[in-house]
Every structure is written in C-alpha cells, then in structure tokens.
Design a binder for this molecule. Structure first.
Ligand code: ZN
Ligand code: ZN
Length: 465
C-alpha cells in the first residue's frame, strides 16, 4: 500500500469493519465504488447523442430513439423490456425568422416555443410593447396591446438548485396567453436561460382556453438586451416575425425494463429519465444525461446480486410537451400501492449534492445507513422531505407514491438547456459518474432493505418532515 498514509489505512480498516457489521452498508459502499469507476452512463449518453441525436416527440427521430432504448436496455441485461405507446399531438418546427424593421433593420436570434401556432405565411409585423418584467405585462390593461408584439425581457436568475428556472417558467408557459388577452398579435420572451449567448432557448408554452392563440418565440439573451437598449432610446421599434410549424396526431413510447426482485418482486423501485428532447441541440444534458444516470444506477444497484425488490427503469417518451406524465400515471394506476419509491433524473449531468426522501423516513435505520454510504460522495440526505421528483412521475406522486429527488448542481445547466448548445461536450464524465454513484446507492438501499416509505409517509402528518 505504497503512498497510503497510516491514517488512511486505519480509515480503510475502520470502514471495512463497519461494513462487515452491516451487510446493507457493505453492499451500498460496494455499489458506490463500482459506480465511480463505471462508464455505463457516459457510454449511453454518448451513443444517444451521436447515434440518435435530437429526438422531438412524434418525429421519425423519436421512433429511432425508441428502438435505441429497447436495444440498449436489452443489451444491459434488463428483463421485460418493452415500449409502452401513448397518443400525442406532435409539434414540428418549420423555418423561423425575426428582425427589427424600425428604427433600422437588424436580424434577431429567435426560436419558436413548443406548441406555438404559426404566423401567417408572410409573417406578422407590429410595434413592440416592451416589458422589463413579467409583472409589468400582467399589470397592463386588457385590450391595451391591440396590434402590438409584446416582448418580456426579464432575466432568469442563476441558482444551483434550478429554482430560478421554476420562478421564470410562467413567463414562457403563460406569457403568450397573457399577452393575447391584452390584444397582442405575437409574443416574444427573453430565453429562460443563464449565460450570455446568442443562441435562443425553446420550451413548451401552455395556451389558456379563454385567450386567442398567438405565435410565440424566445429571443436570445443577447437580443433581448439589445431590445432593452433600443427601447431606452425612445423611438418606436417594429419587429417582423415569421414562425412556421405543423401539428399532427402521433404516437410516443415510454421504454421500460426491470431487474426482478428476488424476495419481493411485487414491490417496485421506479426510476427513470426522459428519452425525448428539444430539436435544436442533441438533448445530451436534457435529458440524455438524466436517463443515462437512471439506467446506469439501476443496472449497478442490481449488478452483483439480485435485488430484494424489483428495480424498474423508464425512459419517458414525451416529457417536453407534457404528454408522458398523464400517460405513465394512467398506464401504471393499478401499481400505485406497489411502488415503494419513485424518482426521475432530469437536471443535467453535473454532480449530485443532496437526496430528499419521503416524509417520515429520515430517522429510519436504513436511511442512516444510506446517509453514511452517500457521505464519501459529499452528498447529504436532506432533512426536508421530498415534495416531488421529475415531471414524468408527478402524477403518481400526487396519487401518493413516495418520491425520491436527487438534487444536482444545476449552476451551469440553464446556460445550454433547450438550446442548440445542449450537446455532449457539456458533460463532465467525472461529475456524471458521481451523480450515478449517488443514484445507484439510493436505489441499492431502497431495493435491498425493508424500509417501507409507503408506511412511513402515510404515518407522517403532512406538515412534519
Ligand atoms: Zn428534461
Ligand atoms: Zn427540457
């Protein structure tokens, strides 16, 4: 053991003796260490990025992604690998263009929001009504934006936990209908993005039933700032916007595979990530990395010995336009009492920071063991209970299924998310392995102990941790 200090050697001895005393701890430690040296997740996201590429739900690329997912799960040794189909309305982007036409011509970098109606073939042109905050738009009287293009330039806050994105979401999702209610003919929003890039970031909108559907797009951060400067000059600004898109009925698929439980096969530990992506990049961080983390963690947690409970992994087929969540909940409604724990990995490829578990479980002996096994990764078990996990599992969590959420460092994620810059080069393999190790340790402990989150959560008053 050349180069290992006496203190380190003593620590190793101590670790191994503690592990001997507790087989759950020994197993969890072993899974964690194997994960830190394992390349399954990187290999998956590399292949998905290169061999499939972007995979917008409802396109031929989504069918290729389905076949990729089936083949990969089979090759990794999962059982009962199958595709679960569900109907969607596909939204397909066409050519898009925007420019300032007054006070002087200037091209703008925009991208249509998912679900946006197209403009007329000749585009729309209108005077800009610029709002530096979303609240300013909401404070504008109904009817006051007649014939105008409403532009919201409020920046999104960079946070490590992604809360800045959650806070900014209504600007993109509800903004188009809020602008339409006030008479606007089109809506532009500063990209929900951190960083200073001229690449715009897309994402879904949600039209409200009581407002006309108007075309809506995201401006690059840099172009939103240009409009701020121009508006400060005081002269009227006119923009011409052309957005083409088409919709069609289509099928999406959630791909599933299992490692059957050897003792309690009817009890399910459900993890996953989403297989679909937006179209401008290769969907490597959203959510190629997330599904790769979930698949690798499930595989590693069940690799040495068959797990006591069934470990199931799902590659959700249409997250970005909100179709997979209700479809998955409907397809698995009968299993609600059987799912012991559910979680989705959908916050990029950077290092895991903390784990939130269902209410009432933090003091369980198995969770103390989990916390000890996670500690060497600098990952802690949060005293706060999990309130949710990824979007695709939200309906099952609402129906009472206990949730696990692994927080990752999302500081950089929204620099690239939903843009042409969501590509493989943004993934740091070492951080990805650490995130896999955290998920794998959680899945291992949940699948190989009797800790019953369903009972613990049900016994805990809603307000208590
Ligand atoms: Zn995602
Ligand atoms: Zn996304």
């Amino acid at each position: 053991m050349q180069g290992v200090s006496a203190a380190a050697a003593a620590l190793l001895l101590l670790t191994s003796s503690a592990a001997c005393a507790d087989p759950l701890r020994a197993g969890a430690d072993a899974v964690r260490e194997r994960a830190l040296a394992d390349s399954t997740a990187y290999d998956l996201v590399e292949s998905l990025s290169v061999d499939v590429g972007q995979r917008l739900a409802g396109t031929e690329a989504a069918a290729r992604a389905r076949d990729w997912g089936l083949a990969r799960l089979k090759a990794l040794g999962f059982s009962n690998v199958h595709a679960e189909p569900f109907p969607i309305t596909a939204w397909i982007r066409g050519p898009e263009d925007a420019e300032i036409v007054a006070p002087h011509p200037q091209k703008l970098a925009v991208i249509g929001l998912g679900g946006s109606v197209p403009t007329p073939a000749a585009g729309v042109e209108g005077e800009v009504a610029l709002f530096r905050t979303y609240a300013d738009l909401l404070a504008t009287p109904v009817g006051s934006l007649a014939g105008k293009i409403a532009v919201v330039t409020q920046p999104m806050t960079r946070t490590a936990d992604g809360s800045g994105y959650v806070a900014a979401n209504p600007m993109r999702r509800a903004g188009p209908s809020e602008a339409a209610r006030r008479g606007a003919v089109a809506y532009l929003v500063r990209s929900l993005a951190t960083g200073e890039s001229r690449e715009p970031h897309t994402g879904a909108l949600n039209y409200q039933p009581d407002a006309p559907k108007i075309p809506a797009a995201a401006l690059s951060v840099v172009d939103a700032e240009l409009l701020d400067h121009l508006a400060a000059r005081g002269a009227p600004i006119r923009i011409h916007l052309t957005l083409n898109s088409a919709t069609a009925p289509a099928t999406a698929w959630t791909i599933e595979g299992e490692i059957p439980g050897a003792v309690h096969p009817e009890e399910i530990i459900q993890v996953g990530g989403h297989l679909d992506s937006w179209d401008p990049g290769t969907g490597s961080i959203d959510d190629g990395a997330g599904l790769a983390i979930a698949v690798a963690a499930a595989k590693l947690a069940g690799a040495q010995n068959p797990p006591q409970r069934t470990i199931r992994v799902a590659l959700f087929g249409a997250e970005e336009m909100d179709f997979a969540r209700p479809a998955f909940a409907a397809a698995h409604a009968q299993e609600i009492p059987k799912i012991v724990l559910i979680g989705e990995s959908d916050i990029g490829a950077d290092r895991a920071v903390s784990v939130r578990l269902p209410a009432g479980s933090k003091d369980a002996p198995e969770i103390k063991t989990l916390a000890a096994a996670l500690a060497p990764l600098a990952v802690f078990v949060s005293p706060e209970p999990s309130l949710g996990s990824g979007d695709d599992v939200a309906d099952l969590i609402k129906a009472g299924v206990p949730a696990v959420a692994v927080a990752q460092d999302a500081s950089r994620y929204f620099d690239w998310h939903h843009s042409s810059e969501d590509t493989l080069d943004k993934i740091d393999p070492a951080q990805l392995r650490q995130a896999v190790a955290a998920w794998a340790t959680v899945v291992y402990v949940a699948a190989n102990s009797d800790v019953d989150f369903r009972v613990l959560q049900a016994a805990t008053p809603k307000s208590a941790p």
